[in-house]
Design a protein around this ligand. Structure first.
Ligand SMILES: CC/C=C\C/C=C\CCCC/C=C/C(=O)SCCNC(=O)CCNC(=O)[C@H](O)C(C)(C)COP(=O)(O)OP(=O)(O)OC[C@H]1O[C@@H](n2cnc3c(N)ncnc32)[C@H](O)[C@@H]1OP(=O)(O)O
Length: 300
């Protein structure tokens, strides 16, 4: 019997209406999936569950860069909830269906030129995503098949294990400082838990985006593999973790993560207010606009 880490996660994010209304498109035509496979999909995420192994693969499919918009985060949380409540699912591999990018992090457009109410709603969705993934009963593995800055890196850090594809063009890290913004305490805590205080402090202050070998060296990713080996490796890692009794693994995970999770939950509303006040400042809006301009110029 799975042990619930946080029996009733704060479900404030979800839109009204029956969950069944969402994801109906997911039914695959007969013959496309093996009998032991179930799938559901929405605009931005595809999930395939292999009921024989109990492992689901979640693929981000929101081109061009899988940025974490409010819609994306909502769909992500609903997908996580569905899997968490599905007794057939014990493990989750998160990866990208968009070439060369795992996720570009929070959608900067959601943080520019919007109302305070919008910023609050957006930030609550970011928190919700992290709470659900960090407290998940499932074994979670990030199969990072592309660049993964900021919020993309946070998703990977929030999983139990990270495997990244070796590619000289891919980068990963919490680069918020480079945008003139600040990674909040729970991004920082998640990072510190993975790489240790000294490495995290340097990386965060400088807003570093690490190459794959460097990310491996500092412990930001656990393993590096060639692209063609990624899915096989991720499946092997999940199988290894699932070989343990669920209750022992889940309670250990809960124990290891409790302090960080409790700290965040205790300061959730304050964190939303901090975000709204911070992001509404003219100087921060200017920094973000300049950063977006820079991204666009880089292309031309
Ligand atoms: C005191 C503190 C209290 C409270 C907290 C305060 C502050 C809050 C902190 C908030 C934390 C923020 C976390 C974040 O995640 S911020 C987002 C950071 N992300 C990035 O810096 C990544 C930027 N993108 C890239 O580097 C590249 O796009 C990437 C991912 C390497 C891919 O490169 P490439 O394939 O070449 O693609 P392009 O750069 O050409 O991009 C294509 C297209 O997408 C647009 N885009 C890219 N990233 C984003 C994004 N994050 N949001 C929105 N849009 C994005 C890009 O502009 C291009 O658009 P175009 O219209 O030109 O096609």
């Amino acid at each position: 019997m799975p042990v619930s880490l946080y029996a009733s996660p704060p479900g404030v994010l979800f839109p009204r209406g029956s969950p069944q209304e969402w994801g109906q498109a997911a039914r695959q035509p007969p013959g496309l999936l093996p009998a032991q496979c179930r799938a559901f999909s929405n605009n931005k995420i595809l999930v395939e569950l292999d009921t024989s192994s109990g492992v689901a693969t979640m693929k981000f499919k929101s081109p061009p860069v899988n940025s974490l918009s409010l819609d994306f985060l909502t769909e992500f949380c609903i997908s996580l909830e569905k899997l968490e409540n599905d007794r057939a699912c014990r493990g989750l591999i998160i990866t990208s269906a968009v070439p060369r990018v795992f996720s570009s992090g929070l959608d900067i457009n959601e943080m520019c030129g919007k109302s305070r109410e919008h910023y609050a709603e957006f930030w609550r969705a970011v928190q919700e995503m992290w709470i659900r993934l960090y407290s998940s009963n499932m074994v979670t593995v990030a199969a990072i098949n592309g660049s993964s800055p900021a919020g993309g890196c946070l998703i990977a850090l929030t999983c139990d294990y990270r495997i990244m594809v070796e590619n000289p063009k891919y980068i990963i890290g919490l680069n918020e400082a480079q945008l003139g913004i600040v990674a909040p305490f729970w991004f920082k805590d998640t990072f510190v838990k993975a790489v240790g205080h000294r490495v995290a402090e340097r990386s965060l202050q400088l807003g570093l985006l690490h190459s794959v070998p460097e990310a491996h060296r500092i412990g930001l990713v656990d393993e590096v593999v060639p692209e063609e080996k990624l899915q096989e490796k991720a499946a092997a890692v999940v199988a290894q973790w699932l070989a343990l009794p669920d209750h022992a693994r889940q309670l250990t995970k809960s124990m290891m993560r409790k302090a960080v999770l409790d700290h965040m939950l205790a300061h959730r509303e304050e964190d939303i207010q901090n975000f709204v006040n911070f992001i509404s400042k003219d100087s921060i809006q200017k920094s973000l606009s300049m950063y977006m301009e820079m991204l666009k110029k880089k292309k031309s």
